[in-house]
Write a protein that binds this ligand. Sequence first.
Ligand SMILES: [Zn+2]
Length: 127
Amino acid sequence: MRSRYSAFCTRDAIYLHRTWAKTKQSHHKIEDIKASFSHTHWCRLEIVSASDNGVAGQVEFNAFYVSRGTPFVLHETSTFLHEENSWRYESGEIQVDSGKLGLGRNAPCICLSGKKFKRCCATKGFE
Ligand SMILES: [Zn+2]
């Protein structure tokens, strides 16, 4: 889960493709994964809960990001399957409180840098 988040941050489409569950991998093209990176800057990952039984696992998280200077949160519960000695992403359920954050430009940044949002991540997500 954390390694997939890091791959989103570094825009590593090949890793993200490889860590889809086997039954899902063929439905996802590397070009489409690359296209999803556009105008998204990932700021912070917060794990809410995680559990597994060795075969399948669930992770609930908040991933904070900025798109064209506007802050958002993705609140998701993901299901992972243990395949070939690694955890692979099977599916995700996006929670209803995901979406645009009501954050003032002078508020502390969502990445917890200690800077004001307007001087930090608000300048991201344009590429
Ligand atoms: Zn920031």
